[in-house]
Design a protein around this ligand. Structure first.
Ligand code: SF4
Length: 108
């Protein structure tokens, strides 16, 4: 097993869900997370007919590596606690945001 990925907190009224993933350390930085996130997002839009999928930063797990900021600086920034925050969800392409979300071995 390389990790896990799925959709959670579905909101049928507003047709969106949150997307989560994790990757085991030995499989980090091999493209596992971006590939899994793309498949889950494709499933959410094509099969579940969701209108929006949210990738949520779990501040309790964020280690402040800044990899997401380096990849999509108009979307992510580190705050005063060195935790990632989303400053503009439309600041990069969907592919760049997915790549940014999957960069760090422990990107939450
Ligand atoms: S890449 Fe992940 S761990 Fe690093 S700052 Fe961004 S959200 Fe936090």
């Amino acid at each position: 097993m390389l990790g896990g990925c799925g959709l959670t907190n579905p909101n049928r009224r507003h047709q969106f869900a949150n997307l989560y993933y994790w990757v085991r350390n030995s499989a980090a930085r091999q493209g596992v997370a971006p590939a899994a996130v793309r498949l889950a997002a494709r499933f959410a839009f094509a099969e579940l007919r969701l209108q929006r999928v949210e990738i949520v930063v779990d501040r309790a797990l964020c280690i402040g590596s800044g990899d997401c900021v380096d990849t999509a600086p108009d979307v992510f920034q580190l705050d005063e606690e060195d935790k990632a925050v989303v400053v503009d969800p439309d600041g990069a392409s969907v592919d760049d945001i997915i790549a940014a979300a999957g960069l760090s071995r422990s990107a939450p």
